[in-house]
Design a protein around this ligand. Sequence first.
Ligand SMILES: [Zn+2]
Length: 182
Amino acid sequence: MSETVEERSLDTWFMDFEVVCRRCQSKWQPPIARFVNSGTDPDARLGILLNTMHQSYCPHCKLKQFIDTTFEYYDRDQNIVIQVRPEWEYKAGGGEKYYLKRFEDLIMKYSKTDVRVDVVFGMKQLIDQYLGGDAAVAAAQDEWNSRREAAKKRHEERTLATEAFEPEAPDGADESDTGTTA
Ligand SMILES: [Zn+2]
């Protein structure tokens, strides 16, 4: 494969990815991140740690599908591009030798770009080697929970505010006779 080596953009980009539902055979094309810049898209890191990255729901039967495809993750703090490949590839491809081959290809691909590179197989390896392991997963879970709590609280406050501004029913009126006459 002859790929022209040029300086690479480190911007996040997506590509429509065709998925076939393994239960009902429906096809759909969710946009899937092929390159993630964690500096501009910090939520991607959270998605990886919470195991919600690269998942899509069948529009017909709602089955959750995990999209097992290669993507690259740029960690701005460590200035490294990590290519994340499907976990099964490592063994199927021949182990360490396969890793070195992919690693060399990636070095070539980014040879004109001022970053370090590495290749990992599977999200777990990415998390353990570069994102902080189990402690980072626990912290992400906490952050997600507190965000959800905050969102719930905001919703409750909005509901209270709405109720406070709703006009009161006129004296003597009850539910049964409101809105029945024009
Ligand atoms: Zn389906």
